[in-house]
Write a protein that binds this ligand. Structure first.
Ligand SMILES: [Zn+2]
Length: 375
């Protein structure tokens, strides 16, 4: 990944590039950006720039042996740590990032703007909670105790440090504060509020803004076969989230929407048999699907609320707007207000390994009750 492969974000790129050119490289940096932002891709481009053997003024050369290895994510001085789960052959505690590098490289090359759900699905962990296990801290310390193999800098890229087990996080505090010479930590986070304050205080934060609509349009024009109008619409609806824009332009978001509509209809009609059937489907979808689905549902409800008070603020596709209007005519603002915490509560329990079928059925009944109440 080179800086030029990432659309827009000129100010952030310049800040990173200037720090290197002026020899002010912070040894522990926290790149923070929302889902679908350039946080991971910028970290990859920055790592490539740092170790390029023929560094240009504003980007890596892209051709030297170091750049060639970085392009394939196989540079021996760029170490990756990312959330994992157990497999049939690997126990939870043994599931350190090293064991999954082949799949990880494939994921990086296909989905550099993906989120944890995408990574879980990529590997086939959709039914499992992924985390960075305790044992990973030992592995980080061990790798950084060695000299750089080929390049000047040893880089430790930690993706989603907020998913670190707390003893793993505590285990790296010392090395984070006093790393060996020429070591650079790049932590790539989407939710820094979940990070330990001891980690936050030891890192320099780089805030990455969302993409501009025009930058997303430019990216989609090169990276998809979609028509101009579809590109424009996807960029507009994605609100700066490149991951979402890519899904929209590929037409991948319809399924969740249609199931959601179906579900609301079933709840409203108090169709218990269909509720049970949907709950079974929900269970089969796996944990990440369940969380995604509930987040998408919460978004529809929030859009419905906003649409009643400030319709010009709502960014949704035409058919979705139709649904939101219909939904708003059945569910008063007071009802929607009562529904949102129910969805969030279910999301909370799913995350903590509650039984999805029971949770989903309970939620359906709660929705049905609210739908029919006199609010
Ligand atoms: Zn190079």
């Amino acid at each position: 990944m080179l800086f030029k492969d990432i659309p827009g974000l000129e100010d952030t790129k310049n800040r990173l590039i200037n720090a290197v050119n002026n020899d002010h490289i912070a040894h522990a940096q926290l790149l923070v950006g929302p889902e679908g932002s350039g946080n991971l891709s910028l970290a990859l481009a920055y790592a490539t720039f740092l170790n390029c053997e023929d560094r240009q003024e504003f980007d890596a050369c892209g051709e030297c042996p170091s750049c060639t290895k970085n392009a394939k994510f196989v540079h021996p001085d760029l170490h990756f740590v990312f959330p994992t789960a157990a497999t049939q052959k690997i126990k939870r505690e043994d599931a350190t990032s090293d064991k999954f590098l082949v799949e990880w490289r494939d994921f990086l090359s296909k989905s550099p703007y993906g989120n944890v759900t995408d990574w879980s699905f990529h590997f086939g962990w959709e039914n499992k909670q992924v985390i960075i296990p305790r044992t990973e801290s030992r592995s980080i310390i061990q790798k950084l105790s060695l000299k750089a193999f080929e390049s000047t800098y040893k880089i430790m890229l930690i993706w989603q440090p907020e998913l670190m087990n707390s003893s793993a996080a505590n285990g790296i505090l010392k090395i984070l504060e006093e790393p060996p010479e020429n070591t650079v930590f790049l932590m790539v986070s989407s939710d820094p509020n979940k990070l330990l304050t001891t980690i936050l205080s030891r890192t320099q934060m780089v805030k990455i803004p969302t993409f501009e609509d025009q930058d997303i349009q430019g990216y989609l024009a090169v990276n998809s076969d979609a028509q101009e109008t579809s590109i424009q619409q996807s960029a507009y609806l994605a609100e700066g989230n490149l991951r979402l824009a890519l899904k929209l332009v590929e037409g991948n978001t319809d399924e969740v929407q249609s199931i959601f509509k179906d579900w609301m209809r079933v709840c409203y009609n108090w169709d218990f048999q269909s509720m049970t059937k949907l709950a079974e489907g929900f269970q089969k979808g796996g944990k990440e699907y369940q969380k995604n689905f509930l987040s998408a549902g919460t978004k529809v409800m929030r859009d419905t609320l906003v649409n009643q008070f400030e319709p010009e603020m709502v960014r949704v596709a035409e058919d979705e707007m139709e649904f939101i209007q219909k939904f708003g005519s059945v569910f008063s603002p007071a009802k929607v207000d009562a529904l949102i915490p129910k969805l969030e509560e279910t999301h909370y329990h799913i995350e903590r390994n509650g039984n999805p079928k029971i949770l989903f059925l309970d939620l359906s009944l709660a929705i049905a009750k609210i739908a029919r109440s006199k609010q």
